[in-house]
Design a protein around this ligand. Structure first.
Ligand SMILES: *[C@@H]1O[C@H](CO)[C@@H](O)[C@H](O)[C@H]1NC(C)=O
Ligand SMILES: *[C@@H]1O[C@H](CO)[C@@H](O)[C@H](O)[C@H]1NC(C)=O
Ligand SMILES: *[C@@H]1O[C@H](CO)[C@@H](O)[C@H](O)[C@H]1NC(C)=O
Ligand SMILES: *[C@@H]1O[C@H](CO)[C@@H](O)[C@H](O)[C@H]1NC(C)=O
Ligand SMILES: *[C@@H]1O[C@H](CO)[C@@H](O)[C@H](O)[C@H]1NC(C)=O
Ligand SMILES: *[C@@H]1O[C@H](CO)[C@@H](O)[C@H](O)[C@H]1NC(C)=O
Ligand SMILES: *[C@@H]1O[C@H](CO)[C@@H](O)[C@H](O)[C@H]1NC(C)=O
Length: 289
């Protein structure tokens, strides 16, 4: 569970040090978070040392725009099957963090998009905590590799039965072998706690088959981390990495063509600042629905 995240945190730390030393021009990156699923999802985002995290409701066909500044390092995932009370506390069937507004990472199983922003941005999709929804991370107008991260299919449809999380007959998520069996060789810990000793299992191989551009276990090939400079990001739930959901027009990222056919996605504006500049972090969320 630790390795790719630890790598990203280390990388993030290096960039925070670099970014805080001289008076560099502060750069922000935008994230357009798109719900291409047929049902409502509750995206969540965390975490950095001083970043309080958050979360919100996103109905089918909606999108939300966030900005984060260089130095931010964290995760974006989606929760499914949530039921919240008026105070925003409640539970979700997958990815749960205890409230609408997440202050901690979601509980597995959940597909996770990981980011570390700097002069060079790092991103990946991780299945180390399992899989609940397909996520594709696509970039626009960046320079460098900038390839799409994510899956080519929905892992819930090919989930080994012993890993499947079910709601009735429906597979709602595919748990990781580490999460289900809690064995060191699946979790890459104990005597398997290094890249040489921890090799892919038949479970992680079946994940990798559906999601070649994702981390399938803790010490998966580090080339699953992709780099890009100066891009705008789209984080699209329920899309494959190869699917065109968003395009760049008139200096704007437009996302449509999902479940509502030709209807354009409804954008929910939002501002999301990285931790360095905001000890007094303002979370001005407004959702139109
Ligand atoms: C919501 O919060 C208020 C004040 O914190 C509390 O009095 C109330 O019982 C809460 N309601 C629910 C449904 O938890
Ligand atoms: C979310 O929780 C954090 C930490 O408790 C808080 O700072 C922030 O204002 C909350 N945001 C919303 C929209 O409630
Ligand atoms: C982004 O790329 C498109 C073409 O893909 C181009 O028309 C547009 O001017 C670019 N915008 C910026 C801000 O670079
Ligand atoms: C993985 O291997 C175990 C035995 O080592 C076997 O029981 C299980 O069915 C295999 N699972 C898959 C998905 O091949
Ligand atoms: C981009 O990076 C990915 C992952 O490291 C790699 O598989 C791919 O070949 C690279 N693409 C280009 C165009 O360099
Ligand atoms: C990606 O899409 C292109 C064209 O839509 C198709 O030719 C290609 O086979 C797809 N690749 C994958 C891995 O699905
Ligand atoms: C987080 O906040 C603490 C104190 O509030 C500060 O010492 C630390 O440098 C901050 N970390 C980052 C990464 O900005």
């Amino acid at each position: 569970m630790a390795n790719p995240h630890a790598t990203l945190l280390t990388v993030s730390f290096v960039f925070i040090v670099i970014a805080t030393a001289p008076k560099l021009c502060v750069s922000t990156k935008s994230f357009t978070i798109v719900n291409n699923c047929k049902e409502t999802i509750w995206p969540g985002m965390t975490h950095s040392e001083n970043f309080s995290g958050g979360g919100f409701t996103l109905k089918a066909g909606q999108s939300a725009v966030y900005t984060a500044s260089d130095g931010w390092s964290g995760r974006i995932w989606a929760r499914t099957g949530c039921d919240f009370d008026k105070n925003g506390s409640g539970k979700c069937k997958t990815g749960d963090c205890g409230s609408v507004n997440c202050t901690s990472p979601g509980s597995p199983p959940a597909t996770i998009a990981e980011f570390t922003l700097g002069s060079l941005d790092f991103y990946d999709i991780s299945l180390v905590d399992g899989f609940n929804l397909p996520i594709a991370v696509q970039t626009f107008n960046g320079t460098g590799n900038c390839s799409s991260a994510g899956c080519d299919g929905d892992l819930r449809q090919s989930c080994p039965s012993e890993l499947a999380l079910k709601d009735g007959d429906k597979v709602t998520a595919c748990r990781s072998a580490c999460d289900v069996f809690k064995r060191d060789e699946f979790c890459c810990r104990g005597m398997y706690g290094n890249p040489e000793a921890c090799s892919p299992s038949n479970y992680s191989k079946s994940f990798k088959q559906v999601c070649p551009a994702a981390y399938s276990y803790a010490y998966d090939d580090p080339t699953s981390i992709i780099t890009c400079t100066g891009a705008k990001f789209a984080v699209i739930f329920c899309a494959s990495r190869n699917q065109t959901v968003c395009s760049y027009r008139d200096n704007r990222l437009e996302c449509n063509g999902g479940v509502h056919g030709s209807t354009a996605y409804k954008a929910i504006p939002h501002s999301w600042w990285g931790l360095m500049f905001s000890l007094a972090f303002m979370f001005n969320l407004w959702i139109t629905s």
